[in-house]
Every structure is written in C-alpha cells, then in structure tokens.
Design a binder for this molecule. Structure first.
Ligand code: ATP
Ligand code: MG
Length: 568
C-alpha cells in the first residue's frame, strides 16, 4: 500500500486512540479486529470496517485480527469463511497468523458462564422465547422478573450442566444474565447468554448443543484476544453497557467498544440477509454477480481494490449515519483505472463499413497509444483494412443539428487511422442499414490532415478481418430507487429491482490483442468505458463486464463532498 493511501484522514476514533496512547493505556498497544459472521459474503459496507480496523492497526503500529464470529450454527458455513478470507486478502490486508474463531472459545465462554452463575450473576430460566419477550417490557414499561430469577447458584449450576449435556429440548431453557429488569436500557433486562440449539456447527460439529449469544461471546472474544479498541457499527451503541457489564463481572481484560456509522450506498442494499435473498431467489446469478455490492461481485465487475480503499478513505468515519452516493464509488474506480489501464478499441453494436477506395487484400499496422496518462505504457499496432466495423449509433442517415458523427456525405476521423467520408448507405430488404460505403483520404494516415482541415468527430473502429468476437455485459444499478429499502414491508425491496440492470451484447467486435486477455484483466474501450474480462471467457471468445462508463460525475461528487463538509 502506498504511503499516501495509508495516511487516512483523522477521525474521532483515531483521536480516542491517540489520547489512549498519550495516557499509556493498554501499555500503549493498539489491537483491533475485524469480526465477520460467516453467514454470507462480504459487501462494500464491510470494506469500510475492514479498511478502518486494519488501517488503524497499521497506522498506529498495532495489529488487527480476523475473527469469525461463528456462534450461530444454523446460518454459518465454511463456504462463507473461505470467501471472507479471499475478499479481505484481495482488499489488500493481511492478518498474518491471527485467524480466530469465536467457536475456539466455546469452552472458555462456558467456564466464564459458570463463574457468573457462581457469583449470582446468571441464572437458568425456564421461560420460552415468547414469554421472555413478553416479560421484557417495552421502552415505556419496565420488565417483569422471571419466576426463575431467584434460583440458587447450586440449582443453576446443575441445570446449566444438564443444558450442556443435552437433557432439555431446544428452546426450553436459557441461561440469562441477572442484571436489572427495570433498566431503562432493554438490553440490560436479564439478556439471554446461552440458548439450547441442536445444530451442527461448521467447526465444532456436534460437540455443543448450547451456543452463546452474540453480546456475551463478542466482548469475551475481544477480551481474550486483548483487543484494545473494538470498533463496531452504531446499532451496538445500546449494547455497550452490556459489553462493559460482562467484562466487569468477569474481571477480565476490558476492551473498549467504539461505535461508528454504517455505510449505506444509494441504489443498492448492504445487508447480508437481503443479499442472500437476491441470490436464493435467483434475482442475480450468484454472490459474485457483477451487479452485487459484494466484494466478490465488484471484483468480478472490475473494481480495483485500490479504488475501494480510496473510497473508504474519502467517506471517512463518523458517528452520524448517512447514505453515500454510488457515483462517488464509481468516481474512485474511474480515477484509479484512468491512470493505469490500457486503452483499446472495441465495437459493441457493429455496423460494417467498406472503404471502397482502399485496395482489397491490403492490410496496415497503425500505431495506437496504450495510455495517454502513462507514456511508459507505450504503443501497439492496430490492424487496418478495407472492411471495418464502427458503432451503429455513430452513424445517422438523417442527423439532427447537434449530431457531429458520421452521416451521408460527411467526413470523420477514424482514431489512429484515416479520415473517411460516407458515400453510400446500403440497406437490407426490411429497410435496415446493413453497411456503409466510405472513401478514405490516404494523406490523413495517423489521423491528421496535412492541409489542416478539421473534422468534428473521431470514431473508434475495429478491422473486420482481424476482430475478435466478444460478449459484452453492460450493467445498470440493481435497483431503480435511491433507497430500495424505503418500502412498507421489508420483503418489498425486491419490487424495486431494476429489470434492465443487465444487458448482454453477444456480437461485439474487439481489437485482436484482446484475444489473449485473461480473466480479471482490465481495459478502457475507447469512448465506451472501462471493462474487465469475466471468468466466463473461453479461449478466443472473451466475455467483458463493463466496470463503469466514462461519464464524468465530478459535479455530483463535489456536491456530495460539500454536503459532508457542512455536516461536520
Ligand atoms: P449485515 O447486516 O450485512 O449482515 P453484519 O453487521 O451483520 O452485516 P457482520 O458479519 O457482523 O455483518 O459484520 C462484520 C463487521 O462489519 C461488523 O463489525 C460490522 O459492524 C461491520 N459492518 C457490517 N456492515 C457494515 C456497513 N454497512 N458499514 C460499516 N461496517 C459494517
Ligand atoms: Mg452481525
């Protein structure tokens, strides 16, 4: 990672850490963790958390653990563990040997639970889930104490042991923390610590039939790993007193929880549960569908990790939640790709052009610049011949006033090649244009007229005899609404799906150098956008995903940065 990149702007979390370092807290260590639950693929929201946790560790000379928060066996799978590791690595971060699992702590968590019971801080409760909810009360109504609350430590130890031994049915009993049923914070009203659930766990198999709840497992895992700063999203703010309570009662290392706002992105959803619905419902081709906001999806789409890290730096970290315009992410992608990818020519909707005064059988190799932003990228040879393809919408038979591209009798430049003039329009029986006849001016080789005459348009093109047949997939946003989740009923977000989010073009023609492109290679197709080779490609038959168009959305981005400035 470059220096400029690792120096992310300051934020309230860094200020807290700097203060802790000044006061010598935690022996001046900084240790963070990224704690995904392996119940789905990572998305762009997780990228914010990854960049923050790993970024802070590296900036303060500390460490960041990768910890799988795998306490929910029904929903977790090895496939997700593997994809998460791939994605974090791809983003450019390294957890070295510090790969941990909450499930590694099951025995320790159990032992600590015994400690809580012995200290009169936890009890086995016989209420059902529904009853617990009913007893819990509401924001305006205090809760009621469970009839089991006054059980003796001995009885609780016995019952808890029998829970663990599988004597009771799923859901029939729980272990609960004994805190305060009248607390203003509902999370403190004797929350459940353990539930009975006979479920096969992807790592511990059938060893356990009781599983710890997130709030208990998380703070203890942080403590066991001696995490100094436990960064999480805002919805856990109300859970912090509970986080602190467990660690205080157990008298173990006290990590500090700090909350920040989740990333929300316009025109998409960032919730594994909803993304899973898209996958399971067949609304997309899979977790790595290039329309998905998953890291595997945007990787397949062609988004470079550098651009995502840049994006995360730009959006910053704050307490106040906000939705970031997806055009900012696209801007970062364009900004990065512009500097480093090769330009090539490809025609998405080909229209055949015969250059009638160009000798049959002749072929030339013309010099084309690989990247005007990077002279070191050099030049390449592009074949030119009598029959070429241009883009169908670069020609109009009867053009309106502002249309400057090719039209009957009009002269335009072919990029890196010649000026051509349209002399004849050939149509098929249905009246559709099937080809154009043009003449070229041999004196304009390379794309300039020695007599200084100007043309108003430069078109990209591909020599028909040399072209590679390609499939191109064009994408639009997955949803038609800026906030797809703004619906009456949760499940209704599907009604905002964009039916036109994928367009497949099967008869595209590309420059011959693209025949050898490998999956993941990125290019700019001149005038059309940035494209990335899809793994569906076969030998000699590449498939391209459009990563982003070339359209500049600076104005929007600036408006957004301005807004951010004002809200500080
Ligand atoms: P989802 O709602 O998508 O399931 P989650 O929070 O349940 O997300 P976890 O696997 O628990 O997913 O997340 C791992 C870490 O990533 C957590 O610390 C979580 O706070 C953080 N995270 C998840 N989503 C976002 C987001 N949109 N923006 C920032 N951080 C996020
Ligand atoms: Mg979660």
């Amino acid at each position: 990672m470059s220096d400029s990149e690792s120096k992310a702007p300051t934020n309230f979390i860094k200020q807290i850490i700097e203060e802790d370092l000044r006061s010598g807290k935690n022996d001046s260590r900084v240790h963070t963790r990224f704690p995904p639950e392996p119940n789905g693929y990572l998305h762009i929201g997780h990228a914010k958390s990854i960049c923050l946790n790993f970024g802070i560790a590296s900036e303060f000379g500390g460490l960041c653990n990768l910890r799988f928060d795998d306490t929910n066996p029904g929903k977790e799978e090895q496939e997700y563990v593997d994809s998460i590791k791939t994605d974090v690595r791809w983003l450019g971060f390294d957890w070295s040997e510090r790969e941990y699992y909450a499930s590694d702590y099951f025995q320790q968590l159990y032992d600590y639970a015994l400690q809580l019971i012995r200290g009169g801080k936890a009890y086995v409760c016989d209420l059902s889930a529904d009853e617990i909810r009913e007893y819990r009360g509401t924001l305006t109504e205090t809760g009621r104490e469970s009839p089991c609350r006054s059980r003796s430590a001995e009885e609780n130890l016995d019952l808890f042991q029998r829970m663990r031994d599988g004597e009771f049915e799923d859901g029939s009993r729980t272990l609960r923390a004994k805190i305060d049923m009248a607390s203003g914070n509902i999370n403190m009203r004797d929350p459940v610590i353990y539930r009975i659930q006979r479920a096969y766990h992807h790592r511990t198999g059938d060893a356990w039939c009781i599983y710890p709840m997130y709030d208990y497992a998380h703070c203890v895992s942080d403590s066991l790993e001696r995490i100094t700063h436990s960064l999480c999203t805002l919805e856990f703010e109300d859970h912090r007193p509970l986080y602190d309570w467990f660690l205080e009662q157990l008298g173990i290392f006290h990590s500090r929880q700090i909350e920040f706002a989740r990333l929300n992105l316009s025109y998409t959803v960032v919730s594994k549960r909803k993304l899973l619905k898209l996958v399971k419902g067949g609304h997309v081709r899979g977790w790595d569908d290039p329309r998905m906001p998953t890291l595997s999806g945007i990787r397949r789409r062609g988004y470079p990790p550098e651009a995502i890290r840049d994006f995360c730096n730009r959006i910053g970290v704050a307490k106040a939640g906000s939705t970031v315009d997806i055009s900012l992410l696209e801007f970062c992608v364009r900004d990065y790709l512009n500097k480093c990818v090769r330009r090539v020519m490809a025609v998405l909707r080909p229209l055949k052009v015969v250059i009638t005064n160009y000798p049959e059988g002749r072929e030339e190799k013309l010099d084309a610049v690989n990247n005007p932003e990077d002279p070191g990228a050099g030049t390449r040879k592009v074949p030119f011949s009598r029959v070429i393809y241009i883009e169908r919408d670069d020609f109009m038979e009867d053009p309106p006033k502002k249309y400057f591209r090719l039209a009957p009798g009009r002269e335009v430049r072919l990029r890196y090649a010649y000026f051509i003039t349209c002399t004849n329009v050939v149509k098929d029986r249905e009246g559709e244009i099937s080809e154009l006849h043009c003449t070229y001016d041999p004196a304009t080789r390379g794309g300039d007229a020695p007599d200084g005459r100007k043309v108003k348009a430069t078109l990209h093109w591909v020599s028909a005899g040399h072209a590679v047949d390609a499939e191109v997939r064009l994408y639009e946003s997955l949803f038609t609404q800026e906030d797809p989740e703004d619906v009456a009923d949760e499940g209704d977000f599907l009604s905002n799906l964009n039916p036109g989010s994928l367009q497949v073009l099967l008869s595209c023609k590309a420059e011959p150098c693209l025949r050898e492109a490998d999956a993941g290679d990125r290019f700019q197709f001149e005038r059309l956008g940035y494209f990335c080779v899809d793994p569906d490609s076969r030998d000699g038959a590449p498939v391209f995903n459009r990563t982003v168009t070339l359209k500049d959305t600076w104005a929007k981005v600036q408006k957004w940065e301005h807004q951010k400035e004002r809200s500080r």
